[in-house]
Design a protein around this ligand. Structure first.
Ligand SMILES: [Fe+2]
Ligand SMILES: [Fe+2]
Length: 215
């Protein structure tokens, strides 16, 4: 089986949907609701910022080193999203600054539509990375070479525990097994941390299966 990147896309896709739902339900005439949207949106922005940075400096670097250019549209998307997400923060701050309830509700409706357009475009972007960039990485590099690349994001114990807790609920059992197998191959000590952080949340049959295969 070929090495797989982009396992975090399921988590990102779920988070985009979750933020869109929060925006859809928010009463933008209320400071509390608007602030809650801003907090959720900033959390999403941080996740997307870290994710695109990783793709640009780690995955796309591999392609540049082989003179491939398939990553160029994705990199242009990243730049566009960075600027767009900064304007979304300004939009939410403008809503909070307004004292006109009717105007705030209109601004909230416009913000919801802008966010939904961004979210749908971002979902298209995630698919293109998996359908265009991933096959190119597999064409240019061996499994062994690709596996080594992904060891680097697993830095501190806290990061790995939070990664597992965020990602696991959005994965199927095969994804989870592959994810843990990759971490174990990269760093057995980090695997121990990862396993400890999520094993109690697994269904007993899945836990037993993974225990048999990985421990
Ligand atoms: Fe991306
Ligand atoms: Fe991505």
């Amino acid at each position: 089986m070929r090495y797989k990147f982009y396992r975090e896309h399921k988590f990102i896709s779920a988070t985009l949907n979750d933020v869109a739902e929060s925006i859809a339900r928010a009463d933008f005439s209320s400071d509390a609701d608007t602030k809650e949207v801003l907090i959720k949106f900033e959390a999403l922005r941080a996740i997307l910022g870290a994710h695109t940075h990783y793709e640009d400096v780690v995955l796309h670097k591999l392609l540049r080193e082989k003179n491939s250019t398939v990553q160029a549209p994705a990199e242009a998307d990243h730049q566009h999203y960075k600027a767009l997400l900064a304007t979304f923060v300004q939009d939410l701050q403008a809503i909070l600054a307004s004292t006109d309830s009717a105007q705030r509700i209109d601004q909230g409706d416009a913000f919801y539509l802008s966010f939904r357009k961004f979210a749908s475009d971002n979902l298209r972007h995630l698919c293109e990375e998996e359908e265009i960039i991933l096959p190119e990485l597999r064409r240019l590099y061996s499994n062994k070479e690709l596996c080594k690349v992904e060891c680097s994001p697993y830095e501190s114990n806290e990061q790995i525990a939070s990664l597992m807790k965020n990602h696991f609920p959005h994965m199927n059992p095969n994804d989870r097994e592959a994810f843990l197998t990759d971490i174990k191959a990269c760093d057995p000590a980090k695997f121990a941390v990862a396993w400890e952080s999520i094993q109690a949340t697994l269904e007993p049959s899945e836990r037993a299966n993974l225990t048999k295969k990985l421990l």
